[in-house]
Design a protein around this ligand. Structure first.
Ligand code: ZN
Length: 303
């Protein structure tokens, strides 16, 4: 798929320097480097100063550690080490004061203003800091865990268990009708507005491959049988731990049936109908998410 319509949160350019993460001396040198960049976060939010996302370049790392913020190593941006620090243990007012920020804002609210690669780094920081907060205790024995490997592993303090960041894959599918005219299936979810349609999506379950997940989700939610399934594109989705995997599927028939629980309605749209919706609404789907790219790429095809 043409990925030239850059997907936010994907395409990060950092060198993650995986081979150095266990080297405490090397990590210490990176933390002390004058070119080091430190991205502060507070409870999943970016900190802003004057509407710009804040990076602490010269701030004393020790004061951040005193505030219970253990820096995690994200990677190298050229020669510049990039770290993130989670100030969630503080009140919002204290986190803002400590970093000289004036607002704490969710990344998704900023995405139209950020370059794709910058949104990718901030999403990476958000996801990794979120994981640290949710993995403070060992799932095997209940003892506290501590960070290791630059913040990419947590070790149990009582048993040999190592904990790695978890990623939760989800599939999202553009289902095409089997015959002419060319149509694709969009769904109105429970709670969505009366004219709000999106692609079918759902989490991959244990013991299931991605194609099986596509077929199950489409059958469960829309009552449609999909035979041919083709991978299209993926997107990092660290809200908090997702990976969106995009597919195009071909339905065996245009028969559908909504479950009435997750979905209120499914409907086949022609390209002309979707172009008209785009003209009326300005865009299709969520601008920062993969469903917009999957729909737009389908619209690029000839009828
Ligand atoms: Zn343990």
């Amino acid at each position: 798929m043409d990925k030239c319509r850059t997907l936010p949160y994907s395409g990060g350019r950092l060198d993650r320097a995986v081979g150095h993460r266990r080297d405490l001396g090397w990590l210490g040198d990176q933390l002390a480097s004058p070119s080091r960049r430190m991205i502060p976060l507070w409870r999943d939010r970016c900190l802003l100063h004057d509407r710009e996302v804040l990076s602490l370049r010269n701030r004393d790392v020790l004061s951040l550690r005193d505030a219970d913020g253990e820096p995690v190593f994200l990677g190298l941006d050229g020669d510049a080490p990039v770290f993130a620090v989670d100030l969630s243990a503080l009140t919002e007012a204290d986190a803002l004061a400590m970093t000289a920020a004036d607002a704490a804002v969710d990344l998704r609210q900023l995405v139209g203003r950020l370059a794709g690669a910058e949104a990718a780094v901030l999403g990476y920081a958000r996801g990794l800091c979120h994981w640290h907060r949710s993995q403070r205790y060992c799932g095997a024995c209940g003892a506290p865990t501590r960070p290791s490997d630059g913040g990419h592993v947590r070790l149990c303090t009582a048993c040999p268990r190592q904990h790695f960041p978890r990623i939760e894959p989800a599939v999202i599918t553009l289902v095409e009708a089997p015959d002419d005219p060319a149509r694709c299936l969009l769904a109105r979810h429970a709670g969505a507005g009366p004219d709000s349609y999106a692609l079918l999506a759902g989490f991959v379950e244990v013991g299931e491959d991605l194609e099986d997940a596509v077929r199950r989700e489409v059958a469960e939610e829309a009552g449609a049988i999909v035979d041919e399934v083709t991978y299209q594109v993926s997107q990092a989705w660290p809200f908090p731990a997702g990976l969106m995997v995009g597919f195009r599927g071909r339905a065996a028939s245009d028969s559908t049936h909504v479950d009435g629980v997750e979905l209120i309605e499914v409907r086949w749209f022609t390209r002309a109908e979707l172009r008209e919706r785009r003209r009326a609404r300005g865009h299709l789907g969520n601008l920062d998410s993969i469903d917009n790219l999957l729909i737009e790429s389908w619209l690029d095809l000839e009828d």
